[in-house]
Design a protein around this ligand. Sequence first.
Ligand SMILES: NC(=O)c1ccc[n+]([C@@H]2O[C@H](COP(=O)([O-])OP(=O)(O)OC[C@H]3O[C@@H](n4cnc5c(N)ncnc54)[C@H](OP(=O)(O)O)[C@@H]3O)[C@@H](O)[C@H]2O)c1
Length: 389
Amino acid sequence: MYRTYKEEIERKMAGEKKAEYNFLGKTGMKVSNICLGTMTFGYNDEGPMGVFFGNPRQSSEADAHKILDRYVELGGNFLDTANMYCSGKSEEIIGTWLEKKKNRDDIIIATKVRFPTADFTTLNDVGLSRRHIIKSCEDSLKRLQTDYIDLYQAHMWDNATPIEETLRAFDDLVKSGKIRYYGFCNLCGWQMQKIVETTKKLNLNPCVSLQQQYNLLRRDSELEAFMVCENEGICVLPWSPLKGGMLTGKFKRDQKPDATGSRAGYMHAKREEGKNTSESNWEEFGSNENYWKLIAAMEKIAKANGKTVPQVALRWLLQKEVVSSVIIGCTSIQQLEDNMGASGGWEISPEGMKELDEAAPLSKPYPYDMLWGFASSGRMNRFNRSNKV
Ligand SMILES: NC(=O)c1ccc[n+]([C@@H]2O[C@H](COP(=O)([O-])OP(=O)(O)OC[C@H]3O[C@@H](n4cnc5c(N)ncnc54)[C@H](OP(=O)(O)O)[C@@H]3O)[C@@H](O)[C@H]2O)c1
């Protein structure tokens, strides 16, 4: 990969075995291309999210601090959290670590607003109203023990609030210095486009990023939302890049993962107990022939490159032009080190990328089959990026 002289110097100064850095979309701010997701920091088995955050594989504060230390040692500078992760405990754990390390200026912090933090019965502690956004921002600042958030993200669209109200609130927070940038998560194409058009119409600070589930088993956003991102210089920050562990190659066919050894096993066991879990990836993929074919293709590419299966899954995302940083999750230092090994110093060949794309095909229901398929193939113009898929 070509690097400018300045980038080469930055890299040397950063030392050996360090992460690569990218601009966060079209902003002038650089982030490590591996962002550390902190949804697994803290334990809380109470309330409506108790099934999820009561997973015994959640990290204690001490273990989370060790993961944060090692992540920074490996060159990472970008943390992702949310007000609702473990009822605010994830933010608190980051806050105590920043206070201990006194390294706030070196770290880029992303957090989120939209869902209730703890009490799901409080009338206005939800949504993307001006009131909830500003209150939630102030609460996050306290938990994070900082006076600014680098990237403040709406966790999902809110059908109850006009988008103008939401965008003006984010713009005011940028102007007041409480946040540096804002982004959105979990959008479909028309919502992303509407955000772009509204900020232009109202002359507001732009949305800079879209955090979306994106991995070899979930490519749907390529059909629309990512096209808007490419056209507008909004970067994609993929979440669940390993599909909650399913893209690691650690599960064996016909061998149900045990409830304590992995999140996939835990979630599946909870589902079998009749609990309403947000995911059960084993249920969805464990008996799917195409899933096992994909794992075999990943194993082959991993072997050819002297890398691991998780590294191949992460690298595939990093080589997508629209991605600035991939948000990893980990439950141990070993997993962290493995995942950071995807950051740089090697690439999947174009043939390898093609093989992976074909092993994880993007299904194109109507009208996408016409729009991005045979009917437009004779009308490609490289200056018009919306023709890309
Ligand atoms: N915006 C949103 O709506 C949203 C939603 C979800 C997540 N996120 C963000 O995305 C981050 C990552 O999501 P995720 O945790 O679902 O990511 P993921 O990468 O798909 O899954 C991470 C899990 O896979 C397993 N794992 C990770 N690395 C491994 C390795 N090298 N070898 C074997 N197993 C490995 C670990 O679970 P086990 O050890 O238990 O198997 C780990 O907790 C979150 O922390 C959060 O910041 C955002």
